[in-house]
Design a protein around this ligand. Structure first.
Ligand SMILES: *Cc1c(COP(=O)(O)O)cnc(C)c1O
Length: 369
C-alpha cells in the first residue's frame, strides 16, 4: 500500500522546524507574554516584520482570517443596507464576513483560466448600494488588480483583498495585500504562512483605517480603559506571533518550492486530459493549492483516495448556491463557477511534499485517466 500522502504535509513541516518552534514557544512562556496587547513584544515584532516583508505601512494582528475580514469591512464603515461584490468561488469566510457586518454579498462569476473574480462582469453587479469589491487571490493566484482598481476608481468603491491563500504572491512586483485599500491574511495551520492554531491580520497603507482596525480589534480602546467605540476582542496571542516571526524567514523559500513542485506536476501531467492551472502573466503565484480541472473529477478523487492520496476539492459548491444564499441567487447562473466547481481537484502540494510523491501521484493519475 502506498504510504499516505496528505494534501499539505503539516506534520513534516513541524518536524523539520521542531527545535525552532520549541524555542519560539519557550521565549513566550519565559516572559509570560501570552496575550496580544499593544505591549506584547512578540506580537508587535511580528506586525512590524510582516509589514516590512510586504512593504506596507501598517499590520494589525487579530484572532483569525475571518475576523480580519469583518474588522476590515467595519473599518470601512460597511454595514446594514450596503452591498459588497465578492467572487462566486471562495472559502465561505469571503462572503460570510459581509453578512456578519449586516451588509449583503453580491456574487460575481470567476475567470475560467485563473479562477479569480471576472472584472468584466463586475460593472453590471454595481448598484447604488455597492460600497466595495472584495477580491480573493484564490489558490495563490493574483486577481487582475489593475482592472479591479480601475473599476473601483470609476465607481468610487473601496477594494479589499482577501489574501488568506496568497502570502508572498505578487503582482507586477508588488506583494498581495498592498494592491488595495485594505487587505487581510489568515495564518491557519495549512496556509502558506501558518501558526500552530488560529490567527490572522489586516494590512493597510492608510493611517486612519489602520487605527480604526486596531480600535475595533481591542474593544474600541486606544489605551486600556478608554473605550472610544464599540469593538470586540480579536487578538493574536504571543505564542502564535513568536512562531510566525520564525516562520516568516522561510516564506519566500517555501513559495519557491511550491512553484517548483507545481512545475513538476505540469511537466508530468502535460499530456493528459487534465486542464492544468496557469500563472497569470506578470505575477508570482503562491501555489497555495495546485488545482487542475478533470471532467471525471469524482472518479479521479476516489481513485486517489483508494490509493491513500489525499486530494481535496476547493470548492464543491459556488458560494451563491450554498444554503444561506440560494434563495437570493437561484434565478442567476454562474456558468464558470458552476463548471469549475464540478471539475476542480486539489492535488497534494506543499513545500514538504517530496518530488518522488508528486511522481507517484502523477503516475497514478496517468494510469487511471
Ligand atoms: C482560510 C481562509 C479564510 C479564513 O481564515 P480563518 O483564519 O480560518 O478564519 C478566509 N478566506 C479564504 C479565501 C481562506 O482560504
Amino acid at each position: 500500500m502506498q504510504a499516505r500522502i496528505p494534501i499539505a504535509n503539516i506534520t513534516r513541516q513541524t518536524q523539520s522546524l521542531r527545535s525552532e518552534i520549541d524555542h519560539a514557544i519557550a521565549k513566550v512562556i519565559d516572559s509570560s507574554a501570552f496575550i496580544g496587547t499593544a505591549q506584547n513584544k512578540f506580537v508587535t515584532e511580528f506586525e512590524q516584520n510582516f509589514a516590512n516583508y510586504l512593504n506596507i505601512k501598517h499590520c494589525i494582528s487579530c484572532a483569525n482570517g475571518t475576523d480580519a475580514l469583518e474588522i476590515a469591512l467595519s473599518a470601512l464603515n460597511i454595514g446594514k443596507g450596503d452591498e459588497v461584490i465578492v467572487p462566486a468561488v471562495s472559502w465561505i469566510s469571503t462572503s460570510e464576513c459581509v453578512n456578519s457586518v449586516g451588509a449583503t454579498p453580491i456574487f460575481v462569476d470567476i475567470e475560467p483560466t485563473f479562477f479569480t473574480i471576472d472584472p468584466d462582469q463586475i460593472t453590471t453587479a454595481i448598484g447604488p448600494k455597492t460600497k466595495a469589491i472584495l477580491v480573493v487571490h484564490l489558490y495563490g493566484q493574483l486577481t487582475d488588480m489593475q482592472k479591479i482598481n480601475q473599476i473601483a476608481q470609476e465607481h468610487n468603491l473601496k477594494v479589499i483583498e482577501d489574501c488568506a491563500q496568497a502570502h508572498g504572491a505578487s503582482y507586477h512586483g508588488k506583494k498581495a495585500g498592498t494592491l488595495s485599500d485594505i487587505a487581510t491574511f489568515s495564518f491557519f495551520p495549512s496556509k502558506n504562512l501558518a501558526c500552530l492554531g488560529d490567527s490572522g491580520c489586516i494590512v493597510s497603507k492608510d493611517d486612519k483605517l489602520a487605527e480604526k482596525c486596531r480600535l475595533i480589534s481591542n474593544h474600541g480602546q486606544k489605551t486600556k480603559g478608554t473605550v472610544e467605540i464599540l469593538g470586540r476582542n480579536s487578538r493574536m496571542d504571543g505564542i502564535q506571533a513568536s512562531i510566525l516571526n520564525m516562520k516568516l524567514n522561510y516564506l519566500d523559500q517555501w513559495n519557491m518550492l511550491r512553484n517548483e513542485k507545481a512545475l513538476l506536476y505540469r511537466k508530468l501531467l502535460n499530456n493528459t486530459s487534465l486542464t492544468l492551472p496557469l500563472n497569470r502573466p506578470n505575477t508570482d503565484h503562491a501555489y497555495h493549492l495546485f488545482t487542475p480541472l478533470c471532467i471525471e473529477r469524482e472518479d479521479l478523487y476516489n481513485h486517489l483516495k483508494n490509493n491513500n492520496i489525499e486530494a481535496n476539492v476547493h470548492y464543491r459548491t459556488p458560494l451563491p448556491f450554498l444554503a444561506p444564499y440560494i434563495e437570493q441567487n437561484n434565478n442567476r447562473t454562474f456558468d464558470v463557477a458552476t463548471k469549475t466547481c464540478k471539475s476542480i481537484i486539489s492535488l497534494p502540494l506543499c513545500p514538504f511534499t517530496y518530488n518522488s510523491e508528486i511522481e507517484t501521484i502523477s503516475k497514478l493519475i496517468i494510469n487511471h485517466l
